[in-house]
Design a protein around this ligand. Sequence first.
Ligand code: BTN
Length: 233
Amino acid sequence: MIGLPRVHHRLTDSTNQRAKELADAGAPHGTVVTAAEQTAGRGRQGREWVAAPGDALLCSLVVRNLEPRHALLPLMAALAVCETAEALAGVECAIKWPNDVWIDGRKLSGILVEGRPAAGWAVVGIGLNVATRAFPPELEPIATSLVLAAGEAPDPDPTVLGELVARLDPWIAASEADVIEAWRPRDALLGDHIRWSDGEGVAAGIDERGALLVDTGDGRIALDAGEVHLQRR
Ligand code: BTN
């Protein structure tokens, strides 16, 4: 069952780090690590993830034996986050490939999947801005929270966590086809001109593996999430 056992830290470096250590030591599928505050929250592509104490849901989930659906884990988690925000705050969410959850073009939530698929486990870390009213100046124009988007904030824990765990459960069990079908209508980049370190083109949806399709001057290519960092529009 997703959500148990549950480990909560008032303060830790990174819930992903804690969850990876637990997974390595044999923690079961469904184990969840949460924290009120992180001192070294990790984001994708080596970035950091910063949140004021108690303002965000910070959680990491141990997932076991997901092969051959492992590559879709980031997309599954993003779908669960979208549904959680929509159910609790009445907002409408889109997903910037592969797994940034946006409201009106601003980032509500980030997801970082780490782990050892070869060893049969992964950790999916989710940061979801709930009660944040002010972001650092560089994030102010591009970030949002449930309270900013909807006017009121549910408790990160237990309300948001409980909803998220309930939404993660069916998506993690879902077929690849169902995940892709649910993800496609939420595609925030579809038709946009996008750039990455060594290319550019027009986003043309995702393939059945969850890779981003891009129409370039030389034809259509597929980008894997682990390999590229999209530059923001
Ligand atoms: C990103 O958008 O770059 C991903 C951010 C992921 C942040 C979450 S917060 C909980 C978990 N613990 C971490 O250290 N990172 C993830």
